[in-house]
Design a protein around this ligand. Structure first.
Ligand code: GLP
Length: 270
């Protein structure tokens, strides 16, 4: 399934993945990027921005589709994923804001009891991704409970974009973005499904720190199970898992992963 690349730190990971993204955009100027929020991919975006500037790469035709968004949070709230993607990706790389999409674009703080607003928002997002030709390269972080996007344990491995209830652990993890106040963290979200994510042509999962070690081990070496939604990545033909030593701490096959990296033929990309 996956190629596991163990790097020194987030910076090295950022360089590696940004190089891959830059090569993609140079060969396909209208590439479709799958964008993740969270701290894990930040260096990827910064290094990609650096390469775009240094090599004069034209990103005017590149489009982006984010994974998820909180519900009942105005799009202008600084911790909404609309605002986060704009601040950390669109503005940094210089993408055309018209071409960057986040689930629930139209929801804008709507009550989750507003059936009219909620119904169809997920399916419409999946249709938009398909109409754009599908995601070429999907960047992913991982939650400590093994979620990708906001697909919490128990999520259907065939799911499309839909409304989900956040797990308590996720809300506790993300309370730091809401002044440490759990009550301020939204309870629901709209997220690309596992089935949506698996349609992207290349998946790149980033994880750093010992806090992610259990989730990474379950994803890469555990059984494919909805108990660890990220383990569904084992079903995908092209996955690259880029992690640091600490996040690799619970893997059994580390020697083999290093051997593969050290003996990689020059012609093989990640
Ligand atoms: C949030 C996001 C995920 C992200 C995860 C990990 O819950 N919805 O997409 O992968 O956090 O975040 P971090 O990379 O900051 O550890």
């Amino acid at each position: 399934m996956a190629e596991v690349v163990i790097v020194k730190n987030e910076d090295e990971a950022g360089e590696l993945v940004a190089q891959c993204a830059a090569t993609l955009i140079e060969s396909k100027p209208d590439a479709v990027l799958g964008l993740a929020t969270g701290s894990s991919p930040l260096k990827v975006y910064r290094h990609l921005a650096g390469r775009v500037k240094a090599n004069h790469i034209d990103v005017s035709q590149v489009s982006g589709y984010a994974l998820d968004e909180y519900l009942e949070l105005p799009l202008t709230h600084p911790e909404s994923y609309h605002a986060t993607i704009k601040r950390t990706v669109t503005d940094v790389i210089g993408l055309d804001p018209q071409k960057v999409h986040v689930p629930g674009d139209a929801l804008n703080g709507a009550s989750m009891n507003d059936a009219k607003a909620m119904r169809g928002a997920g399916a419409a997002y999946d249709r938009a991704i398909e109409a754009a030709g599908g995601v070429d390269m999907q960047i992913l972080g991982i939650g400590t409970d093994g979620h990708v996007g906001f697909n919490e344990p128990g999520s259907s491995l065939a799911s499309g974009t839909r409304i989900k209830t956040l797990a308590r652990q996720t809300r506790v993890d993300n309370a730091r973005f809401f002044g440490g106040n759990l009550d301020e963290v939204p309870t629901h979200c709209i997220t690309q499904g596992i089935g949506t994510i698996l349609k992207a042509r290349h998946l790149v999962l980033l994880a750093f720190g010992a806090g992610k070690a259990n989730a990474v081990a379950a994803t890469v070496e555990g059984p494919v199970s909805a108990s660890c939604p990220a383990s569904a990545l084992q079903l995908h033909p092209h996955v690259t898992v880029v992690i640091d030593e600490a996040a690799a701490g619970k893997l059994h096959n580390v020697d083999y992963y290093r051997w593969v990296t050290d003996n990689k033929p020059d012609w093989q990309d990640i």
